[in-house]
Design a binder for this molecule. Structure first.
Ligand code: GLN
Length: 308
């Protein structure tokens, strides 16, 4: 096993004693059922190697990590025109905050808070039926990961639809400002389904690899985005990928990353690799507690940082 494989094994072993810390997301009933002790790490290198530790091959709900993929897809469809609908500033607020939208005339702060991701989903829906748009997103994620086995967990999507009152409020509010242009239940039907995509750490690390390799997936050879766009997506992850915990993540880990309330985080080490971690216990900002600690330790020991 290489040094990297050994390193993630050590980090996994060291942090395993802390498993149980944090709160599993319980506002989506299906997510509340996931055992808090799960913990996986996967590293995918730009050279095509994948190293795993712990529960790295067990699928989990990627939730807001999907916003990274929908943003990439929407930028491909509408280009930089996307920024007339959605901002690119850190929010300094919770991921599902409503108050900021009212102050800012229905224009979401960035594509990674719920409101922003719902507006991005509205762009993807243009010209399609909701089912087609969902199919498009799943196909795109499979293409990125080079893995046809990736699917949506329908129970999670249903569970979120049944309890997603706040997301309905955000969507309706944005519709009143024409920031979304389709009926809220159609946009959210697509949004809940892409949040419910299930992937394991290894699949997730592979799917994000284009962000570590100037926009091109080095394993499949697929050109996903331009190098300039990959850089910008990374900068958005750095500034906004962890909601109100983005500053703390940048300080502790020093890498662009995107988290989800399923307990996953994917981080990018430009030119080197991607790292996906999963542990469902969340901190107060809705980010994986042990997952963040694992990335912090790993970045420190491997000497990874975009700040040199
Ligand atoms: N689907 C979740 C929601 O809309 C995503 C939130 C998250 O992962 N932070 O509430």
């Amino acid at each position: 096993m290489s040094d990297l494989g050994q390193l993630i094994g050590e980090v996994h072993a060291e942090l395993s004693v802390r498993l149980g810390e944090g709160q599993v997301a319980n506002y989506i009933p299906e997510l509340a059922k996931v055992p808090v002790e799960r913990f996986g790490i996967a590293v995918a290198t730009v050279g095509g190697e994948v190293f795993t530790a712990g529960d790295a091959l067990e699928p989990f709900s990627i939730q807001s990590i999907s916003k990274l993929f929908t943003l990439t897809l929407a930028l491909g469809k509408v280009g930089d025109g996307l920024w007339s609908r959605v901002g690119r500033e850190p929010s300094g607020n919770r991921f599902n905050s409503i108050v900021q939208l009212e102050y800012e005339q229905g224009r979401p702060r960035n594509p990674f808070v719920n409101a922003g991701a719902i507006a991005v989903t509205d762009l993807i829906l243009a010209g399609y039926r909701p089912k087609e748009a969902i199919g498009d997103i799943v196909r795109f994620v499979r293409f990125l990961a080079g893995d046809e086995a990736i699917v949506i967990d329908a129970d999670v999507a249903r569970s979120e639809r049944d309890t997603g009152f706040r997301n309905f409020a955000l969507a309706q509010f944005m519709r009143s400002f024409n920031v979304i242009t389709h009926p809220a239940d159609e946009v959210l039907g697509v949004y809940f389904h892409h949040c419910a995509i299930a992937m394991n750490c290894a699949q997730l690390a592979r799917a994000a690899l284009f962000l570590a390799a100037k926009g091109q997936n080095p394993v499949t050879g697929h050109s996903v985005v331009s190098a300039a766009r990959a850089r910008r997506i990374n900068s958005l992850m750095m500034m906004c990928g962890h909601y109100d915990g983005s500053g703390d993540f940048a300080f502790r880990v020093g890498l662009p990353g995107k988290s989800g309330v399923g307990g996953g985080i994917v981080a990018v080490v430009p030119g080197v690799c991607t790292v996906a971690v999963w542990s469902p216990g969340l901190d107060a900002n809705g980010n994986s507690l042990i997952g963040t600690a694992a990335l912090e330790l790993l970045a420190q020991r491997a000497n990874w940082s975009v700040f040199e």
